[in-house]
Design a protein around this ligand. Structure first.
Ligand code: ADP
Ligand code: MG
Length: 252
């Protein structure tokens, strides 16, 4: 079956002083196109590391990663940048807009790397996606002239402007109040349904998980459970067990 992201036995280690921290421990999963998938788990469980690997911002210590069924292992930094520019949109917790650029210029920015998109088409896409996120009237505003929710809408339009196969969102609602966070999720879901874009987002908020149709639960750098909605909209969770689960904490 075709998948937008596939990982096989992926580990990621960080060197912290003299110590190695295993941020991801033997991750294997495949993500189908079109899903609205939440990666849940407490702080430090590996969610950001996972999204950075999926987004080819970082490389695994071991294991294989495939984007659109193509291995990314042998790609150069430049080839990865091209892959991102064509296929992967990013949304961040802190919005990460360029403060000196208007909303429209922020949305246009990732398109400037795309030699296959003409200036004319760029303008059209900027207008189209600002309209989709409900900000047509604010295209000339700088980020500091926009509310938090509006800034995240600009970031969503920016992620969509390249027409990516996948949008990766790292705790997209964590810096928003509850109501605004809910609106942002509804907007992402609407785009997922209307344009078929795959959304993969991380969160540690149960309310946010309620909007997803697929779930991957993380704990200590490992997948704890996979979730899928049944016909009655309830989660069906498949727990993943590990051989060392029943060992006492101090066992080696
Ligand atoms: P989450 O996003 O779920 O909070 P992270 O992926 O940020 O988790 O972190 C997973 C683990 O990896 C944590 O133990 C964290 O301290 C560690 N870690 C993350 N990034 C780095 C880094 N650049 N250097 C060292 N350790 C890191
Ligand atoms: Mg994180």
């Amino acid at each position: 079956m075709k998948s937008v992201v596939r990982m096989e036995h992926v580990c990621k280690d960080y060197l912290l002083g003299e110590q190695t921290v295993r941020a991801l421990n033997d991750i294997t999963l495949a993500i189908e196109p079109g899903v609205f998938l939440a990666i849940s788990g407490p702080s430090g469980s590996g969610k950001t590391t996972m999204l950075n690997l999926m987004g080819c911002i970082d490389r695994p210590s071991s294991g294989s990663i495939y984007i659109n069924d193509e291995s990314v292992a042998d790609k150069s930094a430049n080839e990865l940048a091209d892959l991102r520019a064509h296929s992967i949109g990013f949304i961040f917790q802190t919005f990460n807009l360029l403060p000196v650029l208007s909303a429209a210029e922020n949305v246009e920015y990732p398109l400037l790397r795309r030699k296959d998109v003409s200036a004319e088409e760029r303008k059209q896409r900027v207008a189209y996606f600002l309209d989709i996120v409900g900000l047509a009237r604010y295209s000339n505003n700088r980020p500091n002239q926009l509310s938090g929710g509006q800034r995240q809408r600009v970031a969503i339009a920016r992620a969509l402007a390249i027409k990516p196969a996948i949008v990766l969102a790292d705790e997209p609602t964590a810096n928003l109040d509850k109501r605004t966070g809910r609106e942002i999720l509804r907007l992402m879901k609407k785009i997922n349904q209307r344009l078929g874009t795959t959304f993969i987002f991380s969160t540690h908020d149960q309310k946010v998980i309620d909007h997803a149709d697929r779930l991957v639960q993380f704990e200590d750098g490992r997948i704890r459970a996979f979730g899928i909605r049944d016909v009655d909209n309830n989660w069906r969770l498949a727990r993943v067990d590990y051989p060392d689960d029943n060992l006492p904490d101090n066992a080696e």
